[in-house]
Design a protein around this ligand. Structure first.
Ligand code: SAH
Ligand code: TMP
Ligand code: ZN
Length: 408
């Protein structure tokens, strides 16, 4: 019998389909040699029989993940900067053209998106609990409130600033287990024709690409059009549009409006039909996913051991939060991976959570180049390959594990 738990959305029964074992906080990079005790929890995922929402079986306390030293800086990727500039510009020419419009962003991080809205002189507010990244945004003249967005905060924002034409959230809404409070707050905050737009990894892409490392403490929910439609309906909101995005390995931009305010697009109907035809949240499909991930893990470890036995130097590229999942699940430590290079200053000089692999600045990659690089930031593959052409010219190879283990 698979373990079960209660659905955070509808109180139905969530049945586990995949166990990734004991895992640390994915973004808790440590001082080398630190003797502080590490927090571990059991990372497993299940789906609800009633509302179909895929979700973690155990919740990690939010203050352990999002705090002053949260090390993820959204602006570290030029591709993501261009993406969010496009998002902001689109809002500025569509939803934000009325009289004195107002946009609220949940999880504004270092201001990657709000920068463009602020520069256009449009009223905005970021709600961001991680102090360090919130300060980086504020230093650029962006309005930020340091808080976890929830109903009480939404009501205070409403009182202080009035209704919002757009509530936007990228790679954050899926991080929030307490969606009932968040959605109640959004419903109160939205103008009658306002929209809540959010972008998050798509379960359909995770299953299709076996991208199991999208599963870690911060990613609590794995959305589909069907589960989002069900979740919205329970909160007086309605799913009115979906758009597939290439970002972070495959995401969907969902648009919710107050129930009855807007007509759902054909894209919503088409994606719901596609998901039903695939049986996306059927037990057989999810069990197939779990089996293919276990195979990938075994192949990856075998490949790293083979390279080591041949005396090859192998390093990691991109100390992503995702890499905590793959490294801890596969038991990959400094014996198999000499170090991981990463462009984020807050991660450099530290070691990875659980597996204690040193993180070094990008310059370490070329001095001298390794024989092989494990591409942990596979979602930024195009950007990284474009900047590391000299590595390949020097005979270097890339080891990837999504959708399958491959050296190229
Ligand atoms: N939107 C950015 C940041 C994603 S990282 C991007 O797409 O790159 C997730 C962010 O959500 C972190 O900065 C974290 O501090 C923030 N966060 C987590 N819980 C939150 C909550 N309840 N309300 C607002 N932000 C939250
Ligand atoms: P993400 O997958 O959660 O966006 O994290 C990407 C990580 O990879 C982040 O720590 C920054 C790092 N990175 C590099 O080191 N070099 C790069 O060129 C890019 C795009 C990211
Ligand atoms: Zn449910």
């Amino acid at each position: 019998m698979s373990p079960t738990t209660e659905c955070r959305i509808c109180s139905g029964t969530v049945t586990e389909f995949f166990d990734l074992g004991r895992q640390p906080i994915a973004d808790a990079f440590r001082e080398p040699g630190s003797t502080a005790e590490e927090f571990f929890y059991r990372l497993a995922v299940g789906t609800c029989a009633d509302c179909t929402m895929a979700q973690l079986m155990e919740e990690v306390p939010r203050d352990l993940m999002f705090h002053q030293d949260y090390p993820y800086h959204s602006s570290g990727s030029t591709v993501m900067r261009a993406h969010f500039e496009g998002v902001a510009k689109r809002f500025l020419t569509t939803e934000l053209t009325g009289d004195d419009p107002f946009l609220v962003e949940i999880g504004s991080n270092d201001g990657i998106m709000l920068k463009v809205v602020a520069e256009a002189g449009v009223r905005h507010l970021g709600v961001e609990p991680s102090g360090g990244v919130a300060d980086l945004a504020a230093a650029q003249g962006i309005n930020v409130r340091k808080d976890f967005f929830e109903e009480s905060v939404a009501l205070e924002v409403l009182e202080a600033h009035g209704r919002a034409d757009v509530v936007f959230s990228a790679n954050t809404f899926s991080h929030i287990p307490y969606v009932d409070s968040v959605l109640a707050g959004i419903r109160a905050l939205l103008a009658p024709n306002g929209v809540f737009v959010f972008e998050d990894p798509y379960l359909g892409d995770i299953v299709a690409k076996s991208s199991f490392d999208q599963i870690y403490d911060e990613h609590f929910y794995f959305f589909t059009a069907r589960s989002v439609k069900n979740m919205a309906a329970a909160s007086g909101l309605e799913l009115v549009d979906v758009e597939r995005l290439p970002t972070h390995g495959g995401e969907i931009r969902y648009t919710l409006a107050l129930s009855g305010a807007r007509t759902p697009s054909a894209a919503v109907r088409e994606l719901l039909a596609e998901e039903d035809a695939r049986g996306l949240t059927d037990a057989a499909v999810l069990e197939g996913f779990a089996a293919s991930v276990a195979r990938n893990r075994d192949d990856l470890v075998a490949e790293l051991r083979r390279l080591k036995a041949e005396g090859k130097r192998v390093v990691g590229y991109g100390a992503t939060a995702k890499s905590a999942t793959v490294l801890n699940y596969a038991g990959i430590g400094p014996d198999l991976l000499e170090f991981i290079c990463d462009s984020t200053p807050a991660k450099q000089g530290r070691v990875t959570p659980g597996t204690h692999i040193p993180v070094r600045p990008p310059e370490a990659f070329s001095s001298p180049y390794p024989d092989c690089a494990l591409l942990l930031a596979w979602n930024h593959a195009d950007e990284i390959m474009a900047k590391e052409t000299a590595y390949r010219d020097a005979g270097g190879t890339w080891l990837t594990y999504v959708p399958e283990v491959r050296i190229s």
